[in-house]
Design a protein around this ligand. Structure first.
Ligand SMILES: [Mn+2]
Length: 197
């Protein structure tokens, strides 16, 4: 049985066609790799930079998925001269629920469940300036829900605002979070992962 279920949902500003938010999630042997970016601004130009980020990350993770600090620094360098982006990278080890992550700038990462946690991002903008980058660690418990979302979604909601969050499958959760808490003035993207232990 799968150790985790996950889904990535997005909704471009004004229903599209271009979004400056982009993400990917990929199972790779014993782990799941996740990347989420929010490029500054909106529209076609932001979308092009977002696609560049995801292309870079996919290719980069294919070569080496362990050194998140190095990958983030390389993405930072790759984005110099562009409008810049904020972003989060995660690697979730399926057997243990161990989560390595780096989150730079205004991206929300939260865990709901037995090990509820709100992660504190490193201040900065990839392509411009970041504080010194460091990988951080957390652990997911059985049944925990990890959310990674952009600032096109209000960050201060709780279980009381969305009680179905803990029982829902990742697709309904990711889509439901955008529907309920998405801001109309921005692109929105939400990754949801349920760890099944
Ligand atoms: Mn945004």
């Amino acid at each position: 049985m799968a150790k985790a279920d996950y889904f990535l949902a997005s909704r471009p500003l004004g229903m599209g066609p271009y979004s400056g938010d982009a993400g990917f999630a990929k199972e790779s042997g014993k782990d799941i790799l996740v990347g989420v970016v929010d490029v500054l601004g909106h529209g076609k130009e932001a979308h092009e930079v977002a696609s560049l980020c995801i292309g870079f990350l996919r290719e980069r993770f294919h070569r080496d998925k362990h050194d998140l600090v190095r990958i983030t620094r390389e993405l930072h360098n790759r984005l110099r001269g562009t409008r810049g982006a904020v972003g989060a990278l995660c690697r979730i080890e399926l057997a243990s629920g161990s989560l390595d992550y780096i989150c730079v700038g205004n991206i929300t990462m939260r865990v709901f469940g037995s090990r509820a946690k709100r992660f504190v991002p490193i201040p900065g903008i990839l392509g411009y300036q970041t504080r010194s980058l460091a990988k951080e660690k957390a652990n997911l418990g059985k049944g925990d829900l990890l959310l990674v979302h952009t600032d096109g979604i209000r960050e201060h909601f709780g279980l009381e605002d969305y009680p179905e969050l803990m029982g829902g499958d990742p697709r309904s959760v990711a889509e439901g979070v955008i529907e309920r808490f998405g801001r109309e003035q921005d692109d929105a993207l939400c990754f949801a992962l349920r760890y099944k232990g």
